[in-house]
Design a binder for this molecule. Structure first.
Ligand code: TMP
Length: 216
């Protein structure tokens, strides 16, 4: 029995997930919740090693199925080593990307069959399904322009063309339509605080007691 609350953040590159996730983490921590923030791929030694393989431009061409399975391996480790134990202790787990990113990038982006990805996702997460997924929506070209201006060089995924990132963006919206109960679509606005307030509203039903211990 997992007693905690599991929330994932999704969106295209440069959509602003990471900064919004840390604002939500601060908000929940100040209300007394034990909050754990993670990112995918990453969050464990194995996951961070996978992250460097899949994001390093030096990796070059990676077979789409190999890329899919690397993400799933990182995810299986993160679920077993960190997410399940934290939820078992009643903590709030916030994860920057989770299996919807695989559906959007390897499915809608690379063209791997969605049903096949659903199957491997299910193996990797072993029943650990997010209670809520916040999809931060931003025009993919604006997001990419942001990361390209911010980072020293584009990573292997950011180097993909506009058609790829457009397909990923539309894929996320299709995933949100497929599971309206789990997803909330939040438009990125120029005001970080305004977007953060909308996100807090989008998850507050998961915290009936906004004063301290996690109750489900
Ligand atoms: P980011 O989390 O810093 O945005 O970088 C992660 C990149 O990896 C991003 O471009 C999305 C991509 N990715 C996949 O292609 N498949 C996945 O399953 C995950 C978790 C990420």
């Amino acid at each position: 029995m997992l007693r905690g609350v599991f929330i994932t953040f999704e969106g295209g590159d440069g959509a602003g997930k990471s900064s919004q996730m840390s604002l939500l983490a601060d908000g929940l921590t100040s209300r007394g919740y034990a909050v754990r923030t993670l990112r995918e791929p990453g969050g464990t030694a194995i996951g961070e090693a996978v992250r460097s393989i899949v994001l390093d431009p030096a990796t070059g061409s990676l077979d789409p199925i190999a890329e899919l399975l690397l993400h799933e391996a990182a995810r299986a480790q993160l679920v077993a080593e960190v997410i399940k134990p934290a939820l078992g202790r009643g903590e709030v787990v916030l994860c920057d990307r989770f299996y919807d990113s695989t559906l959007a990038y390897q499915g809608f982006g690379r063209g791997i069959d969605i049903d096949r990805i659903d199957e491997v996702n299910a193996i990797a997460v072993a029943g650990c399904i997010p209670d809520r997924t916040v999809l931060i929506e931003l025009d993919p070209m604006r997001g990419l322009a942001k990361v390209r201006a911010r980072d020293a060089g584009a990573d292997r995924m950011e180097q993909e063309d506009a058609a790829f990132h457009g397909a990923v963006h539309d894929g996320f919206l299709a995933l949100a339509r497929r599971e309206p109960g789990r997803f909330r679509i939040v438009a990125q606005t120029p005001s970080r605080e305004e977007t953060a307030a909308v996100i807090l509203k989008a998850v507050e039903d998961l915290f009936p007691d906004m004063t301290g211990s996690v109750r489900r």
